[in-house]
Design a binder for this molecule. Structure first.
Ligand SMILES: *Cc1c(COP(=O)(O)O)cnc(C)c1O
Length: 444
């Protein structure tokens, strides 16, 4: 960017951060099921293809989460004990990306919601906190979960520490060995971290017998965590995405955005978020999509995916398992198959094979547009963002920035000026290896 463009951005006199007060943190989560015209197909028990019941989940999830999984109530109250911990980092800033706009030479207005300011560095704490609150309320002693690169695991380790529970994390062996900072973060918050596949479960032992050098996969780590939790009543499994209650917990993000936009008399024409299992996408989009469903707006919702894991763009809508070990029920969703293996040297995350049932149903009805990007396009977009706005985005978040750039070009062609919002769902300070590989020409 030229010095004159910089000056223009600095001198524009318009606000950068749009803030709200602590007492404006939402008091309720928003349940989009209450407003959906067509409900998602029920999740099925693999044994008999009957819809799952509260009892089916009873040994797996905390009671409070099971209630929410089946609820069609529109607003679900956030417990005071959860809101009090949300206050550590919420409300998060909504930021006008003036300098990025200047660099793109656009008269579109670009805003981002910065979820990277949470203690673990991503939106995932929004759900880790309530899940572990409900687990503690049930009287369990320990929580267990899986993690790939470590973002969900670190959110759980932090949340377990907040409510004084023990914490076991199965971390995919590849990143466990290669990227120790997330593991160190979890250990600092008091969690015990095991490389997956491990000797602690039958699933893990089988995989190791087949291939002692297995680097593991997220699917295997999920299977191990579920098996580990099923061995003991005092151990509770918690999950980072896909389930309705996880998407629900994330809706604090979009509700805050609406309040922040109201302050400046703005409203987004386009909302963009990266799509893994669907948690951060649902979080920023659902409260705004409510206005679309009610016919009040025509906002476009864009789900950004990796070209190498394009479940919405190229997946099939059908029943499938959530994990490779077939331990989960069957979800009606866009999927690339539960045994989908992402290409090696995939640096930018979002490798989950499916999109949660609610997201999939909304996509089927045409409420969501998918856009896919290769790693190079993502990392280039992330670097442009870092060079203009200063913040280093999580590799997952760079997908959204790549989509925003395409949206800006589209607006240019249409001769329109749009208000674009995207979710900066995490910071990339512990993912610098991805940028490093790109800068050293290792990303093809
Ligand atoms: C986990 C994660 C994602 C993907 O998960 P979703 O359930 O789709 O939100 C995206 N971005 C970041 C920063 C994450 O940590």
């Amino acid at each position: 960017m030229s010095i004159s463009a910089m000056k223009k951005a600095t001198l524009s006199g318009e606000s950068y951060k749009i803030m709200i007060e602590e007492n404006e943190i939402p008091t309720h989560w928003y349940n989009i099921l209450a407003d959906m015209k067509v409900q998602p197909n029920p999740t099925l028990q693999p044994e008999n293809r009957q819809p799952v019941t509260r009892d089916y989940y009873a040994d797996l999830y905390p009671q409070g989460c099971i209630e929410q999984e089946f609820s069609t109530e529109r607003w679900i109250e956030i417990p005071e004990e959860v809101r009090n911990i949300y206050k550590i980092w919420r409300p998060t800033p909504l930021v006008r990306a003036h300098r990025l706009e200047q660099a793109l030479q656009t008269d579109c207005r670009i805003y981002f919601k910065n979820e990277g300011v949470s203690p673990a560095g991503s939106h995932k704490t929004n759900s880790a906190i309530p899940q572990i609150y409900y687990a503690a309320r049930d009287g369990v002693k320990k929580v267990v979960t899986e993690t790939g690169a470590g973002q969900w695991g670190s959110a759980v380790a932090f949340a377990a520490q907040m409510y004084n529970l023990d914490c076991e994390v199965f971390m995919v062996r590849g990143p466990y060995n290669q990227k120790p900072s997330r593991r160190q973060m979890m250990q600092l918050w008091g969690a015990h971290v095991t490389a997956s596949p491990s000797e602690l479960t039958a699933v893990g032992r089988n995989q190791l017998a087949e291939n002692p050098n297995s680097k593991g996969s997220l699917g295997t780590a999920i299977s191990e965590s579920i098996e580990y939790a099923s061995q003991d009543k005092d151990i509770q499994y918690v999950i980072g995405s896909v389930q309705n209650f996880v998407l629900l917990h994330q809706t604090v993000i979009g509700q805050e955005c609406l309040k922040q936009f109201e302050k400046i008399d703005e409203y987004p024409d386009v909302v963009v978020a990266p799509l893994g299992g669907g948690a951060n996408f649902a979080g920023i989009c659902f409260p705004i999509m409510r206005d679309l469903i009610l016919g009040k707006t025509k906002t476009r919702f864009v789900a950004s995916e990796p070209l190498t894991c394009p479940k919405l763009s190229e997946g099939e809508f059908r029943y499938d398992y959530g994990d490779v070990g077939k331990k989960t029920p069957l979800f009606a969703m866009y999927t690339l198959g539960h045994d989908f293996m992402p290409v090696p040297n995939h640096l930018v995350g979002l490798r989950y094979h499916g999109a949660g049932p609610i997201i999939s149903q909304l996509a089927k009805e045409g409420h969501i547009d998918a856009m896919s990007h290769d790693q190079k396009e993502c990392l280039q977009a992330g670097i442009l963002f870092a060079k203009t706005e200063g913040l280093i985005p999580a590799p997952e978040s760079t997908h959204a920035i790549a989509s925003v750039i395409r949206e800006v070009n589209r607006a240019k062609q249409e001769g329109k000026s749009k208000t674009i919002l995207f979710n900066l769902c995490g910071h990339g300070l512990l993912d610098l290896f991805a940028y490093d590989d790109y800068l050293n020409g290792k990303v093809s």
